[in-house]
Design a protein around this ligand. Structure first.
Ligand code: A2P
Length: 275
């Protein structure tokens, strides 16, 4: 497992296990499977409604807390200052933890325009040591630039939809300029369409790997963090078995050329679902 250092020195595994759309009971099983397969980073969120299942799996695993990297996220209804503090406490309590490694603001919700206020509350949580790092998710160049202009703490990461069909080249340049790590959600493009792309098959065959492993390798070699989601044990194992091969420049270029700005998830410039 490879790690990367965030901008405050905290070390984060480059591959994490995502549990979006995994119901609480299934999250317990899937996280147990993932920890057994060697994952040490787990990515959940208040809105996934599976923090308890994640927490139970973490507790039952016996893996020492300081070997784990747990991320959860602030939901869109809780951007007011005091709501952030309350929501964070509630997430910690559902997880059964006394700190998280990374706390993310889930969406900027520009129409509500409270993300600067929410970030200031998250800075307090960070100062208290109850989140070892804080970051954002689904921030665009515009919302990220405003946050950087108006607040003190540079986010450790921006977690965005990112896969070969949506390569986010401009955002990645902006992140690099500010020392913000890029974290990819739906790194496999949610599975089917992307993984069947004919460009991936010859590369996969050359390395004796699957198209999913090739795509994850592309993320790693771009210096990102990726959080593939699966509830299938064989795929959970496969998605972390990506540290024993390397794509060459031509193969990276072939995958870069697949970018077509195709989003599977919502557009963060307008997404204002309150759930
Ligand atoms: P499942 O959970 O049924 O195993 P993403 O992380 O990009 O959102 O992709 C998640 C989707 O991709 C899920 O539908 C998951 O299916 C599928 N998936 C995860 N890993 C693999 C893999 N190694 N090969 C094929 N499909 C995968």
């Amino acid at each position: 497992m490879e790690n990367i250092a965030l901008n405050n020195g905290v070390v984060m595994p480059q591959i994490g296990f995502g549990v979006w759309q995994v119901p609480d009971d299934e999250a317990y099983t899937a996280v147990t499977e993932a920890l057994g397969a060697g994952y040490r980073s787990i990515d959940t969120a208040r809105i996934y409604e599976n923090e308890e299942g994640v927490g139970r799996a973490v507790a039952a695993s016996g893996v020492p807390r300081d070997e784990l990297f747990i991320t959860t996220k602030l939901w869109n209804t809780d951007h007011a200052h005091d709501d952030v503090l309350r929501a964070f406490d509630a997430s910690l309590s559902r997880l059964g933890l006394d700190y998280v490694d990374l706390y993310l603001m889930h969406w900027p919700v520009p129409s509500e325009d409270r993300y600067v206020e929410a970030w200031r509350a998250m800075e307090k949580i960070y100062a208290d040591g109850r989140a070892k790092a804080i970051g954002v998710s689904n921030f665009t160049a515009e919302t990220l630039t405003r946050l950087l202009d108006e607040t003190e703490t540079v986010p450790a990461v921006n977690q965005v939809e990112l896969h070969p069909y949506l390569a986010q080249k401009e955002l990645r340049v902006l992140h690099a300029e500010h020392g913000i790590a890029t974290e990819a959600w739906s790194p496999l493009g949610q599975g089917k369409g992307l993984l069947d792309d004919p460009a991936l098959r010859p590369i996969a065959d050359r390395h004796g790997k699957s198209p999913a492993q090739v795509v994850l390798r592309w993320h790693l070699q771009n210096g990102e963090i990726a959080i593939p989601k699966s509830v299938t044990p064989s795929r959970i194992k496969q998605n972390i078995d990506v540290f024993d091969f390397e794509l060459d420049a031509a193969e990276m270029g072939t995958i870069d050329a697949l970018d077509k700005g195709r989003r599977f998830g919502p557009d963060p410039a307008t997404f204002n679902w309150m759930g």
